[in-house]
Design a protein around this ligand. Structure first.
Ligand code: TRP
Ligand code: ZN
Length: 881
């Protein structure tokens, strides 16, 4: 189906289902190509629906085998069945049961939606609308049912049989070759939370007792032989369960909690009730095969999916427009968990980097949409950084706005009032209005209005009157379908930094709500602070209190002073990022000259040198963030129009080299001081030391390639963990030559049996900013480790290349053509992965005219391909619109 033909689904058209399904009894007999599904539905008319309506069940590529109403086969004239749906024309206007038999082929399912096989393991993915690929159903989140699931399979093929809820029966069948298990989930749930797993799997397990005293069996299932890598996930699970009890007062509610890792998965993980299914990349970890970054993401994603049990499952979404109700809130919860487990400022810096690179760029391009979209053609294309990350920022702002106490009361009210329901953003916000006594209707604009607001600030100090006046103004740029923008509610955490630290904030302004918080809720505002003995440096958006761009005209000298003196760690980091960003946006504009860049490089080099000497070792994780410049793509986004990626990259490289050169005398000593004699530990402090040490290695490779390369080789040879080995490889990619190729070869040999590690190896090569990279990537597609059928492999190699600023944007258009061809080829097998890859074109409009034209041509080629999926044609059309 082409998207022009695909219906546009609108929020305003929502109406309740005409029918409800109270219980679902599934009987599933697993077979590689002919899996039989019998579904017994207990239906009743929905009092809120249209009386006398037909029963229209969703389907997708289904084959109906039998159909019975209250046990009696239905007359052919009474229904209409197709692969896409099943309609009962005149169902009884009372409660009744329907038995539906379908047959599906999990081995042929390459979309990885519905029931499929991953390395021989049967598994499911039903969010958002995959259940309809298993059986005809009212596949919408506001239809919630109690499920009982009987699974049957050959014992040798699937010794482990799992589904949602608690195990109620299991036995061998006569003959001993087949067996079955029955699972019952007492909590009503929408179909998208259904899951099953069947296969030969190892597991690790642990008992857990909730704060309320419930005994729970926790288990993590992995491919045979990998149980030794499941411990960190299990440990993370236990810690996040305790945290949710302590911080949000939420206890687990079943006797079993299972996590299963599979190797073919479209996204990160899925929160199916009591049976979370994960991309194995976010479960498996040991020091030899996972980096510190992997340990941190596993901890975060295990927590994310677990937290969904309350924010997503117990309280689900009325419709898919409310996706941010569960995702934004759950991301906020997992961010808070990681902040408490690790370093709060470092976590915030990492999250903001991610927000800016993924969400700000989305918000600035043709795919911009509100956190709660108003219309969609393909819901799978709305699992976006805007819904997830900006959605989490809204929760963070809400908490800042109403205060910790009211936020806690609001959450408690939400859990109590909305438990067991399919809720809306309005339901959610009403709880916080009540808890805080505040009108949140203006704040709710954050859900409606797309685009990143710009906050323009300027200050005036009147020395005679000891008075400082701050002018604040906001505006939001136009986005597709929204040209006129209203002012947002921006919570601005601020401080006034003096020579001895923070100055007291004395003001009579009503916009100041105490505790260093100013609320800007109109287009502009002027606020005066009294009794200031000296001219302050304004420190605005501390902790990045609102997802906005800040324009504040401070000199490099003032920013460097802020870096040294601000009490807010986030803004200390931001101050130096701002110095670098300004220099790079100036130098990165096409044909700009670079002399000013070197002046900035000297100033930055001195500031960093002083910092590393004084307190770089006090908090290495923070220091590593300070040393890392904004990425070239961030600079391109800041420039915003007529971008020449080569010029941006050139400026970035020049600044990095100059900073590396300035620090060079200090680098070896610092690296030695950071070396650890102890055996590997993944804890945040040890990871921080490795991060700084490896950041310094990258600088050495740039500033002194020969010594740097030798150091990379030495580190690769002596490392006892993947973080250090991969950092050596990554730094080595900055130094062209035979030694680099040799190290690439050694890495592949060492990790030949480890697909997840080879994904990083593929990506490191795809990111090399040199003209030969496209040919290298094409060569690597022939490597035995690569496969277009596995999403992790595709994201590693092809996704890596699409993120390579200079090579994806090659001046001859070959980068665009390559990705376009792969999107088209991939679309036939897996539309979700193909459409995500096509999203790489989202910033094409900001390019200079030649590349813009070439990118447009490649997009046009995709858009005109016959037989595209709805996923890909939707992205192609919106990107070109
Ligand atoms: N709800 C999942 C999460 O925690 C997202 C997800 C997993 C998903 N698999 C998917 C969304 C497939 C769409 C399609 O964030
Ligand atoms: Zn989620």
């Amino acid at each position: 189906m082409r998207t022009e033909d695909a219906p546009l689904i609108r929020l305003e058209d929502y109406r309740p289902s005409d029918w409800l399904i109270d219980t679902v009894d599934l009987d599933i007999s697993l077979h590689p190509t002919k899996t039989r599904v019998r579904s017994l539905l207990a239906l009743q008319p929905n009092p809120a629906g249209r009386p006398g309506a037909p029963l229209v069940l969703d389907g997708d590529e289904l084959t109906l085998k039998a159909l019975a109403l209250e046990g009696a086969p239905l007359d052919a004239a009474a229904y209409a069945a197709s692969p896409q749906g099943l309609t009962i024309h005149a169902p009884p206007q009372r409660a009744f049961t329907l038995t539906i038999d379908t047959e599906i082929d999990p081995s042929a399912n390459t979309k990885l939606m519905g029931l499929y096989r991953s390395s021989g393991v049967y598994c499911t993915q039903c969010e958002a609308d995959g259940f309809r690929r298993i059986s005809y159903f009212l596949d919408r989140p506001d239809v919630m049912s109690v499920y009982t699931v009987r699974l049957e399979a050959e014992k040798a093929q699937a010794p482990v049989l799992l589904s949602n809820g608690n195990l109620v029966a299991a036995a061998e069948l006569p003959g001993g070759e087949r067996h079955f298990a029955v699972w019952h989930d007492p909590h009503p749930k929408p179909a998208y939370l259904f899951a099953l797993v069947g296969g030969a799997l190892d597991h690790v397990r642990q008992d857990y007792v909730t704060a309320e005293g419930r005994k729970v069996e926790l288990a993590v299932y992995v491919e045979p032989g990998k149980a030794g890598r499941a411990g960190w996930a299990l440990d993370s699970l236990e810690r996040c369960m305790r945290w949710d009890e302590r911080v949000f007062g939420r206890n687990y509610d079943l006797d079993v909690f299972n996590v299963v890792a599979v190797s073919d998965f479209n996204m990160g993980a899925m929160e199916n009730k009591g049976l979370n299914i994960f991309n194995d990349k976010y479960v498996l970890a040991d020091p030899q095969t996972a980096t510190d970054g992997d340990y941190a993401s596993i901890e975060a994603i295990i927590a994310h999916e677990y937290f969904h049990n309350w924010t997503g499952n117990r309280i689900t979404c009325r419709d898919w427009f409310q996706l941010c109700l569960k995702e934004g809130l759950t991301v906020f919860r997992d961010q808070e968990f990681s902040s408490d487990e690790r370093s709060r400022p470092v976590k915030r810096i990492a999250d903001v980097r991610m927000l800016r690179s993924t969400q700000f760029s989305e918000d600035a391009g043709p795919l911009a949409h509100p956190v709660r979209p108003r219309a969609y053609k393909e819901i799978n294309n709305f699992y976006t950084p805007t819904v997830y990350e900006k959605g989490a920022e809204i929760i963070r702002m809400l908490k800042a706005l109403i205060g910790d106490g009211a936020f806690k009361r609001g959450m408690d009210l939400y859990f109590e009032r909305c438990d067991g329901t399919a809720a809306t953003i309005e339901d959610f916000l009403a709880c916080f209005s009540e808890a805080s006594g505040r009108d949140l209707s203006h704040f709710a604009r954050w859900y409606e209005q797309a685009g990143t607001p710009t906050l323009v600030a300027s200050g005036q100090y009147d020395g005679a009157a000891k008075r400082y006046t701050l002018e604040l103004a906001q505006s939001t740029p136009p986005t597709p379908g929204q040209s006129e923008k209203e002012p947002m509610v921006l919570p601005i955490r601020l401080g006034l930094v003096g020579s001895q630290g923070d100055l007291p904030l004395k003001t009579g302004s009503r916009a100041y709500s105490g505790d260093g918080l100013v609320i800007l809720d109109r287009a502009s505002l002027s606020i005066t602070f009294e009794d200031l003995p000296e001219a302050p440096i304004p420190s605005l958006l501390r902790e990045f209190s609102a997802p906005a761009r800040l324009e504040l005209d401070l000199s490099d000298g003032e920013l460097i002073r802020q870096f040294a003196q601000d009490s807010d760690s986030f803004n200390r980091w931001q101050a130096l990022q701002s110095v670098a960003t300004r220099a790079l946006t100036t130098a990165g504009r096409a044909k700009a000259e670079r002399s000013a860049l070197l002046v900035t490089a000297r100033a930055l080099g001195e500031a960093l040198d002083t910092f590393l000497r004084r307190d770089g070792l006090a908090d290495p994780a923070f220091a590593a963030q300070v040393l890392r410049l904004p990425a070239p793509a961030d600079i391109a986004r800041e420039i915003g129009r007529d971008v020449d990626p080569d010029a941006v990259f050139g400026a970035h490289r020049a600044l990095s080299v100059a900073i590396g050169a300035a620090l060079l005398p200090r680098l070896p000593g610092l690296r030695d001081a950071l070396s650890s004699q102890r055996t590997f530990s993944p804890d945040a402090a040890s990871a921080g030391r490795r991060a700084l040490r490896n950041e310094l290695l990258g600088l050495m490779a740039l500033a002194a390639p020969a010594e740097g390369a030798a150091l990379c080789e030495a580190q690769f040879a002596s490392a006892d963990n993947l973080t250090d080995r991969l950092a050596a490889l990554a730094a080595m990619t900055l130094v062209p030559g035979a030694a680099r190729e040799a190290l690439i070869g050694r890495f592949a040999e060492l990790y030949s049996g480890e697909p997840l590690v080879l994904d990083k190896w593929l990506m490191a090569q795809a990111l090399i900013p040199e003209s030969g990279t496209l040919e290298r990537v094409k060569r690597l597609m022939q490597h035995p480790a690569f496969s277009l059928g596995n999403p992790n492999r595709v994201r590693g190699l092809i996704g890596g290349f699409a993120a390579n600023l200079t090579q994806f944007n090659r001046l001859d258009g070959a980068g665009y053509g390559f990705i376009a061809d792969i999107v088209v080829a991939l679309d036939r097998a897996n539309p979700q992965v193909a459409s995500r890859l096509l999203g790489s074109f989202k910033s094409w409009r900001m390019l200079e005219p030649v590349r813009r034209r070439l990118a447009q041509d490649a997009l046009g080629l995709v858009a005109r391909t016959p037989g595209l999926s709805r996923d890909v044609s939707d992205i192609a059309e919106r990107t070109l619109a």
